[in-house]
Ligand binder design. Structure first.
Ligand code: NAI
Length: 304
């Protein structure tokens, strides 16, 4: 998968300089795929510790890519890693870092007021041609864009975890995203090796709008005692051909993340039965059972 997404990165994009804000799980992945596709990257975070950690993990991941792609030519592999790494600068100043950007991709905490504060700053600091995009999973692109003047140059670029492995990119058109901005985002997505799909600004876009209610229905099925967790997962793997069962997937994504998305949608659409709160999910989260990352969710895990 890595080799395939890497080889498709020869596509041209007018965007050459990308600033990624947020050096966590998603931001570091977005920085990696951009740098390995030849983009000049500035990775920004409020914490320089996070930036150091991100650089280290990007280096390790690139090493893995090199081993696969250049398995017969280790010298070429080393060159690929060092050249990709040399394209990544880091900064703790979003405004300064956006001054040289053709595209800014935001991947900070999933909180509307924090995102608003950042985008106001970016809108003032970035050159007029710069496209601003959010990697939000559950917030409205139009609502995030409400604080910027350049609404025509704003959109959603929704990646999937882990970014270097997952091949999909959802390109989200806001109500005022221009055709030119949309085209540039699609081209850039292809250039960084992703298969792009287009979606309007609706809750969860395509993947999460289908996946979150599916996971929630599986939790409700289990909560009613209709089947065991293991049997629900076996059923969907062997009967529907899914690589993971819904409860395994819930544990992998994090039960707190599932609850956060569900609660946000329920607040906005209180009459949608698929978005109704689930007492069992609330209970597990309140007990700190968050899935793989906490050592227990629907299943038990060795703590990492
Ligand atoms: P994370 O918690 O791993 O990383 C967020 C980073 O942003 C942290 O390092 C934090 O220090 C930094 N940050 C917070 N406020 C900041 C600010 N004002 N300026 C600069 N940096 C700031 O979070 P993660 O999982 O990477 O998520 C980031 C975004 O990506 C969220 O909007 C989330 O909804 C979205 N997303 C997450 C996915 C996932 O599977 N985790 C999948 C797709 C999208």
């Amino acid at each position: 998968v890595i080799a395939r997404s890497f080889s498709s990165s020869a596509v041209n994009s007018a965007i050459k300089n990308v600033t990624v804000i947020g050096g966590g799980l998603m931001g570091s992945g977005i920085a990696q795929v951009s740098a390995q596709a030849g983009q000049n990257v500035t990775l920004v975070d409020v914490s320089s510790d996070v930036l150091a950690k991100a650089q280290k993990s990007i280096g390790t991941n690139l090493g893995r890519v090199a081993k696969k792609v250049y398995k017969d030519n280790p010298a070429q592999g080393e060159k690929f890693v060092s050249e990709s790494m040399s394209r990544i600068k880091t900064s703790t100043d979003p405004a300064e870092a956006s001054k040289t950007a053709d595209l800014v991709v935001e991947a900070i905490v999933e909180n509307m007021s924090v995102k608003h504060k950042l985008f106001k700053q970016l809108d003032e600091a970035a050159p007029s041609h710069t496209i601003l995009a959010s990697n939000t999973s559950s917030l409205s692109i139009n609502e995030i864009a409400s604080v910027v003047k350049r609404k025509d140059k704003f959109g959603g670029l929704h990646f999937f975890n882990p970014v270097p492995v997952m091949r999909l990119l959802e390109v989200v058109k806001g109500a005022e995203t221009s055709e030119a901005t949309y085209k540039s985002m699609m081209e850039w997505g292809k250039a960084v090796g992703k298969t792009c799909i287009t979606c309007k600004d609706t809750p969860g876009f395509v993947v999460n709008r289908l996946l979150v209610p599916y996971i929630c229905e599986a939790i409700r099925l289990y909560e009613r005692g209709d089947a065991s967790a293991r049997d629900i997962d076996i059923a969907m793997k062997l009967g529907a051909g899914y690589p993971m069962g819904p409860l395994e997937l819930a544990d992998y994504v994090g039960l707190d993340t599932n609850k956060f998305i569900l609660d946000g949608w329920h607040k906005k659409y209180p009459n949608q039965p698929l978005f109704k709160p689930i007492p069992l999910l609330d209970k597990l989260v309140s007990e700190g059972k968050l899935g793989v990352k906490s050592g227990e969710g629907f299943y038990k895990y060795d703590k990492k």
